[in-house]
Write a protein that binds this ligand. Structure first.
Ligand SMILES: C=C(O[C@@H]1C=C(C(=O)O)C=C[C@H]1O)C(=O)O
Length: 173
């Protein structure tokens, strides 16, 4: 039985309005593919799909994806050199999936490898927040508060939301 996605409800603010932690600033503001940056810095990169399922969009996300009451929620864990580095939670509206078939057939392929190959990609301003993660995200991830970022990508007019939570392993890269 699918579990509800981990809640990333938090006090989200524009990154430009927040004093960012120096050690995470470059990661929080990375304009290009986060996956590409991770792969470039790690000897060994692993992406694990934790859960991928259709869900009702949480109310706090409706302002970001206003016409998408139902979307596919994709939750992945990205590890570098065997250390968990990023928990990512993406919300792909059904209309976006219908229009962009590669997004519906990702499997273990990183979402960014589809997004950043599109011709017409727009990205909203990045928001950041401190989010609470509790077990059982993954065995090696301690419960606690972590920095996160999110933004809405628009591909050929179709939106999707990507949120990324930076875990302790990121500080080893
Ligand atoms: C948007 C990107 O895709 C990455 C890969 C994801 C996935 O495969 O689910 C989710 C978020 C990102 O960290 C990126 O590389 O910047």
């Amino acid at each position: 039985m699918a579990k509800p996605a981990i809640s990333l409800a938090a006090d989200w603010q524009l990154a430009s309005a927040v004093a960012l932690p120096p050690l995470l600033q470059a990661w929080l503001l990375e304009p290009a593919s986060l996956t590409a940056r991770l792969k470039h810095r790690a000897r060994d990169f692993q992406l694990q799909v934790l859960q991928q399922q259709q869900q009702a969009l949480p109310a706090f996300l409706l302002p970001l994806l206003p016409d998408s009451q139902v979307a596919q929620c994709r939750e992945v864990l990205m590890s570098c050199n065997q250390l968990p580095c990023v928990y990512a939670q993406s919300w792909l509206p059904l209309k976006t999936l219908a229009a962009l078939r590669p997004l519906a057939e990702l499997g273990e392929q990183p979402l960014g490898e589809v997004i950043f190959q599109q011709q017409h990609v727009r990205r909203s301003a990045v928001e950041v927040a401190r989010v609470q993660l509790h077990q059982p995200l993954a065995a090696a991830v301690a419960s606690g508060e972590y920095w996160a970022r999110r933004s809405v990508f628009t591909l050929a007019g179709h939106p999707l939301l990507v949120a990324e939570v930076f875990l302790d392993g990121i500080l080893t890269l």
